[in-house]
Ligand binder design. Structure first.
Ligand SMILES: [Zn+2]
Length: 738
């Protein structure tokens, strides 16, 4: 059998100090020694899981939503079969064994336990990849450095945008390396609050097409050579622009100067070669690459490609080196240029001498430099209204005519959307409410995020873009709560209306147990129904009840307050004002009350004699085993129930099967009850001692306590622990128990 060796590749991404391993040619990662490109053998179904823990900076569930949007960005890449299939099962999201090959997880390392962020690390996130020698990826995970950095989903200052960072790291997970485009998602640096890596650039899309093509695309191949002596140039950045002057494709030449630029659509292109010496440089590439930068930005000219055409263009000649260079990695790229606006920017570099000129590759943009200071140029960019989103090169030309290009340094975006009105602003958690969002600068292809739900324009269960000021959607079922309403443009820019929508729960009350209690209060009542949420208020006859807890959306527990006798209205009110009602009766008689069960265990086959002590028993009091503790329904009557006095009953146990059973007393005249949830232990075999079940109930209990207290008090104490304030007088028993 062939032995397979794994190698581990750590991509240190998005930090101020970077160690990137791999290559950039066609944006693919590759095996660092044998050169095999890394790939998923099942690209159409790459499992990905967001850890349920999320980021400790985010408490409203929007972390998972942001990660899902990042996943969608890659899944929406046109012309690729690559697909990240998110597994949202609770079991998968709860896993912590991220190193397992069958789990590809996105998680936040808050305490350094991953080992990737020692000390004070500038790494924002990392994507370790495990792969076979043939390049097949076995496992990859995205780890955010929550130990050293803070994250946001709402544009908070000095925090990194989760969706932005996740989009970049997922590109690595898919097998892509860093991009030479300053505006691509795979550009190796990020600043806090930057969100433009959320949307893929064409170079990112072409990387997916190269790795996992769906259909065939045009390509251009050739060899970069120096004009002076025809010697090949290794590692030249070969780029094409489309007929609108937009940056449209790229490749990195190999050591022989040969390049193949893949993933192109049909169309007219202008091709040029430029040194990789700007903000993205050889420092961002792995070992084994030769990147020569001793040449000037050189145009090759225009060509027109048919769909799927493979064009060989021979030699691309480049001129000798110049001293001007535009763009450095301490700039903040991409430079966002909203349409119909004038924005102000700066770019660092060398040789940016006064008297130089600055231009954009898209001639409809007006670039106006204001200051040249050799190491820096400040300038404004005016973009016409309605300009399409995309990337534009920025070119500096010094007074001698020498040039440098910042590839894809400008990102044209629409203006920020604004959300003015959400109507209605409230809906039931079941979903199905038609909501209209009114605002400005809405564009087709947008998505709306409301709480944990994402509504994508045109998608099944998505939203509908109506016009630039109107979006409609029908709510999905979702968790109750108040959420921002966020409209995210396909370019990544967003508009947000804070706390604009509330998902409310209309409670349903199906059963009150017991439905009767003493007028003196302290009856423990369980309400069964649907859509109960934390913060619910319970009233009887208008009186707010005490000790309300909501163990689940189907259950409320509380203790009655004293009241006058009679039939009363019981009302539950969820936050948001939605209510449900039923009835509860108060009677003058005191509730029956179990204090001790002697013995508290017996055989599963029944027939054991038991004595109950307590208060307020009557000659009609029934004793029921194994009734449902939330409803009182079901169960089996004890045999030979004998009323000795109001504080003592004796009976024989029925056969209800092995295990812990509820024990209920019920006064049939009024319906008043008392119930111990762990009232009696039916044992499969009579062990004689009766204490065998204890350890499995409270395993931390020291054996000595059982020896001292004996079986009877043991169970009484346990029941007390479960039940709460009603039996507060018995507290010393529990204290001794410890
Ligand atoms: Zn990276």
């Amino acid at each position: 059998m062939r032995r397979i060796s794994f190698r581990r590749l750590a991509l240190f991404g998005l930090g101020a100090t970077l160690v990137a391993v791999g290559s950039m040619a066609h944006m693919r990662l590759k095996h660092s020694t044998n050169g095999n490109l890394l790939f998923w053998s099942n690209p159409g179904n790459i499992s990905i899981v967001s850890s349920s823990v999320g980021s400790d900076n985010i408490s409203d569930g929007s972390c998972e939503t942001a990660l899902r949007n990042a996943i969608d960005a890659w899944n929406d890449a046109a012309g690729s079969t690559g697909y990240l299939a998110e597994n949202t099962s609770a079991a998968a999201q709860a896993r912590t064994d991220w190193q397992s090959y069958d789990l590809h997880q996105i998680w936040f390392d808050e305490d350094g336990s991953s080992g990737y962020f020692p000390g004070s690390s500038s790494i924002v996130a990392i994507t370790p990849i495990w792969f076979y020698s043939d390049g097949r990826i076995a496992d990859a995970d995205v780890i955010f450095n929550g130990k050293n950095h803070n994250f946001t989903t709402k544009g908070a200052a000095n925090r990194f945008d989760i969706q932005d960072v996740a989009t970049h790291e997922l590109g690595h997970l898919l097998g892509l390396d860093h991009s030479g485009w300053a505006g691509a998602s795979m550009y190796p640096y990020v600043s806090s609050s930057v969100i433009l890596h959320r949307s893929l650039g064409l170079d990112d899309v072409h990387g997916m097409r190269a790795a996992y093509p769906s259909g065939s695309f045009a390509s251009i191949s050739g060899t970069v050579r120096r004009t002076a002596d025809s010697s090949p140039v290794a590692g030249a950045h070969v780029v094409v622009r489309d007929s609108q002057g937009r940056t449209a494709g790229a490749a990195l030449a190999g050591s022989t100067g040969a390049f193949t630029l893949r993933g192109l659509d049909a169309g007219q292109y202008d091709l040029y070669a430029a040194p990789l010496e700007g903000p993205m440089s050889a420092a961002n590439l792995g070992a084994g690459w030769t990147v020569q930068t001793d040449f000037e930005l050189s145009d090759h000219g225009s060509l027109t490609l048919a769909a799927g055409e493979s064009r060989s263009i021979g030699n691309v000649f480049v001129a000798s080196d110049v001293t001007i260079s535009l763009g450095q990695n301490n700039d903040r790229y991409p430079l966002r240029c909203p349409s119909s606006q004038t924005s102000v920017h700066l770019a660092r570099g060398t040789g940016l001498s006064p008297g130089s000129t600055l231009s954009a590759s898209d001639p409809t943009l007006v670039v106006t430099p204001s200051t040249w200071s050799n190491s820096l140029v400040s300038f404004s960019v005016t973009v016409p209204g309605g300009a399409a989103p995309g990337h534009v090169d920025l070119i500096a030309t010094n007074p001698s005519g020498d040039r440098s290009v910042l590839v894809a340094g400008l990102e044209i975006t629409p203006p920020d959307p604004t959300v003015a009105l959400v109507s209605p602003n409230q809906a039931d958690l079941a979903g199905g409410t038609l909501v209209t969002i009114t605002g400005t600068n809405f564009n087709p292809g947008c998505r709306v995020v409301v709480g944990s739900e994402i509504y994508e324009d045109g998608a099944v269960s998505g939203c509908t873009w109506v016009d630039s000021t109107t979006i409609t959607l029908t709510t999905q079922s979702s968790q109750p709560g108040i959420s921002d309403v966020v409209v995210i443009d396909s370019s990544g820019v967003e508009g947000r209306k804070s706390a604009a929508f509330q998902v409310v729960a209309t409670p349903q009350l199906t059963l009150v147990f017991p439905a009767v209690g003493s007028m003196s209060g302290w009856t423990r009542v369980v309400l069964s129904g649907q859509n109960f949420v934390d913060g619910v208020v319970v009233r009887i006859d208008g009186v707010v009840q005490a000790g309300v807890s909501v163990p689940s959306t189907q259950k409320i527990e509380f203790w009655t307050s004293p009241s006058s006798t009679g039939l009363k209205v019981i009302e539950v009110e969820n936050p948001g004002g939605f209510t449900a009602t039923s009835q509860f009766s108060f009677v003058a008689a005191a509730d029956p009350n179990i204090v001790q069960v002697t013995p508290a265990s017996g055989t599963a086959k029944g027939g054991d004699g038991v004595t109950l002590t307590g208060t307020n028993f009557t000659a009609q009091t029934e004793v029921v085993f194994a009734a449902d503790q939330n409803t009182g329904q079901g169960g089996v009557l004890a045999g030979n129930i004998t009323f000795i006095d109001s504080s003592t009953l004796s009976f024989t146990t029925p056969a209800v099967g092995a295990g812990m059973s509820t024990l209920m007393v019920r006064n049939p005249g009024t319906g008043q009850i008392d119930l111990l949830s762990s009232g009696f232990n039916f044992q499969a075999e009579d062990t004689g001692g009766g204490g065998g079940g204890c350890a499995s109930i409270v395993p931390s209990q020291p054996p000595a306590a059982r020896d001292i207290l004996g079986t009877l008090l043991w169970f009484a104490a346990l029941a007390f622990l479960v039940r709460g304030p009603k039996r507060i007088a018995l507290a010393p028993i529990r204290a001794k128990d410890r």
